[in-house]
Design a protein around this ligand. Structure first.
Ligand code: ZN
Length: 344
């Protein structure tokens, strides 16, 4: 198990970055990976704080997460040989920094500027250009510094998406249990419980999160980080990514750029919970409370896209056994499911 050593969440916590680095024993050099936007939001501050502390700092700007970006960053790491790498941003920057640093065996520190998915703390990276659209193993962040003041300033939709990605653990854990029962797959009760507890906490605190207070955001950040840790404990994305994620990946392939990852996962969770014969209505109600999408219209896709995505979901990742593998749904079944749950 590879776990984060320092997790710091709080208002203006970014100011403690030099102190954290000192504590971890990195006093000489660092490489900051950011986008041009996230560099201005947080990267620049980190650079100034570290330089004031006598650390040699370089910056690498990245705007997408493809294999090419990962390779380019690896070349930069080889040339600069930094002691530590910072990933500053939301999805792409953290994904690229995490995977490149893992390949080059350099520790990685995660500085999320948004809270839209559990990749901010997970050991996996989602990078485009591989055969499949899902994540690959990279490394767990050595530290996570989540400044609520920075994250609060990002569009609220990111927070809602983050909630969807956490609520998804209701069905991903069910799928994992199913795989244990029916396929004898390894199942880790601790990792599963941690992921499930995160989902329950977000659900219980939906009103608080909705109120847009720092306290609510903290609940979500702790949940996202716990989900990341649960994947580190399991050694795979199993506890956090089941049939609802397969639906999200399929829908993204059918109709790209229509909604955020966590928004699609939330809608997927409603339908997959129904397939598991679990309580799907409270999940839908929670998403409604949060203001998250619960149907095709709100996801900005056609009804037909939802049905086709459901049909395609089981084929996305055949080795991952889920309720979709078990039920082998026909087009008509998919249509009925989407209608029953009010998604179309
Ligand atoms: Zn996810």
């Amino acid at each position: 198990m590879q776990l984060p050593r320092e997790v710091i969440i709080g208002n203006r916590i970014i100011e403690r970055v030099a102190e954290v680095l000192r504590r971890l024993g990195f006093t000489k050099s660092a490489l900051i990976v950011a986008g041009s936007k996230t560099y201005n939001i947080a990267g620049k501050t980190i650079r100034e704080l570290l330089e004031r502390d006598g650390v040699r700092v370089n910056t690498f700007l990245v705007e997408s997460a493809t294999i090419k970006d990962v390779q380019a960053l690896e070349e930069r790491i080889k040339a600069l040989a930094p002691q530590v790498i910072f990933g500053v941003g939301g999805g792409t920057k953290i994904d690229v920094a995490k995977l490149s640093s893992a390949h080059q065996e350099v520790p990685f520190i995660s500085i999320p500027t948004i809270a839209s998915h559990d990749g901010i703390a997970s050991p996996l990276s989602s990078v485009k250009g591989f055969e499949k659209p899902y994540s690959v193993m990279a490394q767990a962040p050595l530290a996570i510094i989540a400044d609520t003041n920075i994250i609060m300033q990002a569009p609220w939709r990111h927070v809602i998406s983050g909630c969807g990605d956490v609520i998804a653990k209701f069905t991903s854990v069910e799928d994992w249990r199913l795989a244990r029962e029916e396929k004898g797959e390894y199942y880790g009760d601790y990792a599963a419980s941690l992921a499930l507890m995160s989902a329950k906490l977000v659900m219980r605190n939906a009103e608080l999160i909705k109120s847009r207070k720092e306290e609510g955001l903290r609940v979500l950040l702790e949940a996202l980080i716990s989900c990341g840790v649960s994947m580190s404990i399991a050694g795979s994305s199993r506890p956090c990514s089941g049939s609802e994620h397969l639906f999200s990946h399929a829908l993204d392939l059918i109709n790209p750029n229509h909604a955020m990852h966590g928004e699609r996962c939330g809608v997927g969770t409603i339908m997959m919970a129904c397939l598991h014969k679990a309580e799907w209505k409270p999940i839908k109600q929670t998403l409604e409370v949060l203001g998250a999408p619960t149907n095709a219209n709100e996801l900005n896709v056609e009804k037909e896209d939802v049905i086709r995505a459901l049909e395609m979901s089981a084929t996305i990742r055949p080795e991952r056994y889920t309720i979709l593998s078990k039920l082998n749904l026909s087009y008509e079944d998919c249509e009925r499911l989407a209608k029953t749950t009010g998604v179309i």
